[in-house]
Design a binder for this molecule. Structure first.
Ligand SMILES: Nc1ncnc2c1ncn2[C@@H]1O[C@H](COP(=O)(O)OP(=O)(O)OP(=O)(O)O)[C@@H](O)[C@H]1O
Length: 466
């Protein structure tokens, strides 16, 4: 039985690679694990119901060995210490932390609505009303963060999570920087890097002064807000280009082009937030957040009652379920994901053509990997692997699709390999049995005189373990 205790102490052993069933064994009997919310560079975030209270948390699981090896200890401690002291409806809450010999665990407020990034991708672009609402909630939370003397430094649509009813919560405080006069207490060994020239953040949202090695200011987050507002309204970030280097060139040159459907108010606000001089960005100047909140773009926002307003409707992940209600439920528990297909293949399915439908995706990553997919193709499993070399190793991404196809992508998102097992979707199918295990199934089709009569699994080998 695990005891809830602080995440400080020796960080020695580990695991991001643990399969879901291994995690289940380890974390039980306290929690009932559900779906995987997402995977970060050093963590896995899983839905976890505490059995005694019935409360569902987003359990952030961090591999101790990996964190130690990658020198991430200070970031983890910093995030823990900072989140512990924050209390705002626009910021993901940290409830408690604990550890076992392998992992560190953070029980976070669960954001069932996923990332703002996915809403933008699914909708293509947001209406001005929707973008205004989300931007206002981010402004409200940023005002609080900045008032405590903290700079988030990694504000981006992937770190803006949504509650099930559609309100924004800022997440991921691993890059946070406390200013010298911050009211947040940070232990000396948990302080983030102080080197002015250290690049922190994400290329598309990084402000020009950071690229010129200037120290971080509140203006960093306000530049990122300008980029996000642009992205919500257009579907892409303003400086996005074919490579990080080209993106940086466009940021330094402030090469920004507004689509003609942007309103004058939206253009003006983005233009001001993307000011080359950080202190001129609304919210960063001597007038404080008043300058930002009073901007005409926010004219319909009732700042006092922001969280009482009705948020935009969420567009949920498009999942085609393969069977009845039972298989629908199984999507909540990844260890049962394959069951629907097994039933389908026994011939009793209403899928009378013998064509194998896609399984419920076990993660929410489809949209992020869209560029590697053909039309109609969907992601069944994503995993980060370490490619071992003689003296070094490098992280690569494996993307398994329903084609079935296995794509191997390097860290700069360049496709390095692409294995298509069959061009005929009737011949092969993929059965995802857990977040780390899938089977390739060959389907034998038996045709009666004019119509399909059945199919069966010939063999379920080979097994591939992610
Ligand atoms: N509280 C939460 N509720 C629901 N999903 C969450 C929550 N926190 C994180 N996630 C999901 O899990 C993913 C991984 O989160 P995490 O904070 O570990 O990494 P990240 O910040 O996205 O990645 P990186 O560490 O590489 O910047 C997120 O992208 C998000 O989709």
């Amino acid at each position: 039985m695990l005891t809830a205790r602080e995440t400080e102490g020796t960080m020695t052993c580990g695991d991001l690679r643990a399969s879901h069933s291994e995690l289940l064994k380890r974390i039980s009997p306290d929690f009932e694990l559900g779906k995987i919310y997402g995977v970060g560079s050093y963590s896995k975030v899983v839905s976890a119901k505490k059995k005694d209270t019935g409360i569902v948390y987003a359990l952030k699981i961090m591999d101790k060995k990996f964190i130690t090896k990658e020198n991430k200890t200070a970031y983890v401690k910093l995030e823990r210490i900072v989140l512990d002291q924050l209390d705002h409806p626009g910021i993901v809450r940290l409830f408690f932390t604990f550890q076992d010999s392998f992992s560190l665990y953070m029980a976070l407020e669960s954001c069932e609505g996923g990332e703002l990034f996915d809403q933008i991708t699914r909708k293509g672009r947001l209406s001005e009303e929707e973008a205004c609402f989300y931007a206002a909630e981010v402004v409200d939370a940023l005002e609080y963060i900045h008032s405590l003397g903290l700079i988030h430094r990694d504000i981006k649509p992937e770190n803006l999570l949504l509650t099930s009813d559609g309100h924004i919560k800022i997440a991921d405080f691993g890059s946070v920087k406390p200013m010298q006069d911050s009211s947040i207490t940070v232990l000396p060994n948990a302080a983030s890097d102080d080197k002015a020239c250290t690049f922190v953040g994400t290329a598309a949202y990084v402000p020009p002064e950071v690229l010129n090695s200037s120290p971080a200011t509140f203006g960093n987050d306000l530049w990122a807000l300008g980029c996000i507002l642009y992205q919500m309204l257009s579907g892409t970030s303003p400086f996005k280009d074919a490579s990080e280097w080209l993106t940086f060139q466009r940021i330094i040159a402030r090469d920004i082009r507004f689509p003609n459907y942007f309103s004058e108010e939206a253009k003006d606000l983005i233009d001001r937030l993307l000011d080359m001089k950080p202190s001129r960005r609304p919210g960063a100047g001597p007038e404080g957040y008043g300058a930002l909140k009073m901007h005409p773009f926010f004219k319909r926002i009732d700042w006092e009652n922001l969280r009482k307003q009705t948020p935009p409707k969420l567009v949920l992940e498009q999942v085609v379920y393969s069977g009845d209600d039972e298989s629908h439920d199984s999507s909540r528990n990844p260890s049962h994901v394959g069951d629907g297909l097994a039933r389908q293949n026994d011939g009793s399915s209403s899928e009378a053509s013998g064509h194998v439908t896609r399984l419920a995706s076990i993660d929410s990553f489809d949209s992020k990997w869209q560029e590697f997919l053909d039309p109609g193709e969907s992601v069944l499993m994503i995993s980060t692997l370490k490619k071992m070399r003689k003296i070094t190793n490098k992280k690569v991404q494996l993307i398994l699709t329903n084609k079935p196809k296995l794509v191997y992508v390097d860290p700069s998102k360049v496709v390095k390999g692409d294995t298509i097992w069959s061009d005929n979707p009737n011949e092969l199918s993929v059965q995802v049995t857990s977040p780390s295990l899938f089977k390739i199934i060959t389907v034998c089709l038996l045709y009666a005189a004019s119509s399909y009569s059945g199919s069966k699994i010939l063999h379920a080998k080979p097994f591939f373990r992610f």
